[in-house]
Design a binder for this molecule. Structure first.
Ligand SMILES: Nc1ncnc2c1ncn2[C@@H]1O[C@H](COP(=O)(O)OP(=O)(O)OP(=O)(O)O)[C@@H](O)[C@H]1O
Ligand SMILES: [Mg+2]
Length: 649
């Protein structure tokens, strides 16, 4: 076989191999004449077969392309010569060409060592399509995400909580509007801000250990106090929730903070009012028992004194005892004033006039180094209270102010009207409405935090033994609460004290004064003197009964005794001569003194009733509501009992 034919054989084999490749292939020599190509090149670029001829000039291909519009608009010759020119430079090149039919062809050319160049053509249409689809999907996802992020922001901005996300640096990567504005920043300004910059050095130092623990995967909840954007201190309760990835790594933590200032204040106020309520019940009960005891002590001591008229030694012993028991009785009545509001005779009172009178009295009795100032802001409407209780309260406050001063200073009484809207009223535990507001302000030494919290408790005093009983402010508190008002307190150590009384304006003051009118000033009523008339005395405590019985006998009455209502009713039914019924109000058994009195009246209409009570100071307002019988508080002197019988109805 001639050599040529084996060479041709090899060439054919080579061509077959080239045709087998899944890429187009061409080789041009230094003159830009085609020296090699494969079948795929023609398939891919749809060149006519005649161009496949070895030796075809490069420009023929360019012309064919230009003519069929592959290079866009323009002069054919120019389009061709430009390309030929570039090809002549034989520089390596890569380009992606989009054919009019949309196919994307990657063209990669490299010079050949002896001149000319070899080029491969790859169809990357699918690849490009996949990439584009991917890009589109990514763009859509991003837009979805942005949308859901916006929704999330809308939601987090609407929630009344401070929400943020801290990464491990630690910097903020998210903060809702509330969070940002709480720190005086915009949401955008929070982005990527170091936590220390936002919290400030000192707060960061305080919270850093917690943030660190949260970033170590521990959920943390804690409270702290910080000056809020308004300048007022706020209590914040924060939870740090670690954000852990599926591999268990902490990526950062969510921060959820709530302003719990109001909640804390409400809880503290509730605790305070529950405490006062409990103390009120306790002292009320104790006072009731003490009144019974004092009735016995005083009654018997007075009896001893009466019998010891000519024995001076005995009188000397008895008198201080009576004096002490009387002091005890007045203490108890102050206690009851706290617990039950005291015996009251509410009338519309002009507070401004009362203050002016009181100021006059105080100027006379306090040292002249203490200035008393009365400030009346547009004369307020009257308030329905017991005048002597109001005076007593204002006097107590003046005495406290005096005691808080070092001999000299200023006491300011300011009075005006204030309308309490729902929110402020709720804070003060009052009904919304118009109130007479009295501020009693001094420039004394002020109160410590502990004193401020306990000042209204009965028996809380910082004064030395004997100098104070700790009943002044509790009486003021009891008076104000029972007048449907309240008392508030503002004081700093070393910076004076201001006590504010709120009392409802008269036109909306409670109308529950009926029971109180049952209490009358015992001194102002005619004293009864007995002529042996029959009195039925009903009292469950035997010792008290013995004292009252003696007092009645001293007054000239004959006395029958009963231990409870049932026994009393039996006596009334069988003994028509009973003229008076003197009964305790609170008694064991079904029936109290008031019910007994009503029944007695239905049996013997002419019977006259007077009631005695250990609470006797607004106790059981409901039971006493509309009670037509006079009531005498225990303990009482014989004259007061005479007054009760004189008023009996
Ligand atoms: N204006 C004031 N300035 C400073 N501290 C006061 C003032 N008013 C009251 N306090 C404090 O509150 C405590 C309780 O006062 P409160 O009037 O109830 O009792 P007291 O004055 O100690 O005794 P009492 O009034 O029974 O004689 C006082 O002991 C005092 O520490
Ligand atoms: Mg006092």
């Amino acid at each position: 076989m001639p050599e040529g034919s084996s060479e041709q054989q090899q060439l054919r084999l080579l061509q077959a191999a080239l045709d087998h490749i899944n890429q187009g292939f061409t080789a041009f020599d230094g003159e830009l004449r085609l020296v090699g190509r494969n079948k795929h090149f023609f398939d891919l670029l749809e060149f006519p077969e005649h161009l496949a001829e070895i030796g075809t000039h490069f420009s023929e291909f360019m012309r064919h392309n230009a003519e069929r519009g592959e290079y866009g608009d323009g002069d054919i010759e120019t389009l061709v010569s430009e390309r030929v020119e570039i090809a002549r430079s034989f520089r390596p090149h890569y380009l992606e060409r989009v054919r009019p039919n949309g196919d994307v062809i990657a063209v990669k050319g490299d010079p050949l060592p002896g001149g000319g160049f070899v080029t491969t053509y790859t169809d990357i249409t699918d690849q490009r399509q996949r990439e584009e689809a991917l890009e589109q999907a990514v763009a859509e996802r991003t837009s979805d995400l942005r949308h859901s992020e916006e929704r999330l922001r809308l939601i987090t901005d609407a929630i009344p909580a401070l929400i943020a996300y801290i990464d491990t640096r630690p910097c903020y990567t998210f903060a809702n509007r509330r969070y940002a504005s709480w720190f005086g920043l915009s949401v955008a300004a929070m982005q990527d801000r170091p936590v220390v910059e936002v919290l400030g050095e000192s707060l960061f130092e305080e919270l850093e250990p917690r943030i660190e623990r949260a970033l170590n995967g521990e959920e943390m909840t804690y409270e702290y106090r910080r000056k809020g954007p308004s300048g007022a201190y706020a209590d914040m309760r924060s939870t740090l929730l670690p954000d852990v990835d599926p591999a268990g790594m902490v990526r950062g933590c969510f921060v959820l903070s709530l302003d719990v200032t109001e909640q804390n204040q409400r809880e503290a106020a509730l605790r305070q009012s529950q405490k006062m309520e409990a103390i009120g019940q306790l002292t009320g009960g104790v006072a009731h028992d003490f009144n019974n005891l004092l009735t016995i002590i005083l009654g018997n001591l007075k009896d001893v004194k009466a019998r010891a008229d000519d024995d001076e030694d005995l009188v000397e012993l008895v008198e201080p005892a009576i004096e002490a028991a009387n002091r005890g009785a007045s203490l108890i009545s102050r206690l009851l004033a706290f617990a039950r509001g005291g015996a009251v005779d509410p009338r519309p009172i002009d507070v401004a006039a009362t203050l002016n009178d009181l100021a006059r009295l105080l100027r006379r009795s306090l040292p002249s180094s203490i200035e008393i100032v009365v400030q009346i802001k547009d004369a307020p409407r009257p308030t329905r209270v017991d005048r002597s209780q109001l005076e007593n309260a204002l006097l107590n406050l003046a005495l406290n102010a005096r005691d808080a001063m070092n001999g000299s200073g200023r006491i300011l009484y300011a009075v005006g009207e204030e309308r309490l809207e729902a929110e402020r009223a709720a804070e003060l535990e009052l009904q919304p409405g118009d109130y007479v507001r009295i501020d009693v302000e001094d420039d004394g030494m002020g109160m410590s935090e502990v004193t401020r919290q306990r000042a209204f408790e009965p028996f809380y005093t910082t004064k030395t033994f004997g100098a104070g009983n700790g009943l002044g402010l509790s009486t003021v508190y009891g008076f104000a609460r029972h007048a449907s008002g309240t008392v508030a307190l503002r004081s700093q150590p070393g910076d004076g004290c201001c006590i504010t009384l709120y009392l409802p304006c008269a036109d909306r003051a409670g109308t529950d004064s009926a029971p109180d009118e049952a209490f009358e000033d015992p001194d102002a009523t005619p004293l009864a003197e007995g002529q042996g008339e029959l009195v039925l005395l009903v009292e469950d405590d035997a010792a008290v009964r013995a004292v009252v019985r003696r007092q009645l006998i001293d007054l000239g009455f004959s006395v029958l005794e009963a231990e409870d209502a049932e026994e009393a009713l039996e006596m009334i039914r069988s003994i028509g001569e009973i003229r008076y019924l003197v009964s305790d109000i609170i008694m064991p058994g079904e029936m109290n003194g008031i019910a007994l009195a009503r029944q007695a009246k239905s049996i013997t209409p002419t019977i006259k009733v007077g009631l005695i009570s250990g609470f006797a100071q607004g106790q059981d307002r409901e039971a006493l509501a509309g009670c037509p019988f006079p009531v005498l508080p225990k303990p009482f002197a014989t004259e007061a009992l005479a007054g009760l019988i004189g008023r009996s109805a």
